[in-house]
Design a binder for this molecule. Sequence first.
Ligand SMILES: Cc1cc2nc3c(=O)[nH]c(=O)nc-3n(C[C@H](O)[C@H](O)[C@H](O)COP(=O)(O)O)c2cc1C
Length: 232
Amino acid sequence: MSGMSLFDAIYGLRATRIFQDRAIPEADLQRVLEAASMACSSGNTQPWEFVVVTDRELRSRIQQEMREAFEDIDDERAQQPERLVDASGRSVTGRAAIDHLHKVPAIVVVCWNPDRGIRMKGEYTEKPDGSLVETREIPGGRGVSLFQACQNMMLAARALGLSSLFTTFFFLRRERIKQLLGIPPRVFMECAVFLGYGDEALGAPRRIPVARLSHRDRWGTPPPAPGHGGRA
Ligand SMILES: Cc1cc2nc3c(=O)[nH]c(=O)nc-3n(C[C@H](O)[C@H](O)[C@H](O)COP(=O)(O)O)c2cc1C
């Protein structure tokens, strides 16, 4: 493990969309998945399943699906084109990730397994094809029990010298990609984390200063100045 502190890992984590065509050692992949599996989850249900795609043929088939999905996606976006670049001028649409997808050495497709995740009666009903439809509101949705695992994965990867990208865009070809990967109909494919060695120069992330987004006790009340001891 590198000597990187947790804060260095957090402050230097970037969404990487261009990777070197270089395999990740199995031991590192294993450590990253173990870190993911340590995340919290609703009722400790640990509903995640990780399909780690390393096979070249599968990656290029996924890339083909996604290229087709992206052909006319820009027409559907609600944001103006200028909102589709981040503060450093980089596109956030994910197109670069798709153009370079064939080189990503490991794509962790993160799924939600209802056999562990369902907590209340009537949350889902089963359709004739075996897939499930949500029929009762689930606080926070399925993602809340998966995203912490993804963030653990990305921070652990960074500590091991790997870069990553969190994505949700596979939903655009959800059924096709589920079929390609043999994911059962009743299992939900929710998101994916790309892992590998970055091949683009990225600086520090740019974020809105926390003073502009934090409120003390009541909305609109700024936090005390640093150094203030707080209430006794
Ligand atoms: C819920 C969510 C969905 C995302 N989906 C995608 C995606 O589908 N494709 C993509 O390239 N990036 C995706 N991202 C990555 C964001 O674009 C990225 O985290 C953001 O632009 C900040 O990047 P930075 O950390 O490099 O500054 C997603 C991030 C989140 C949190």
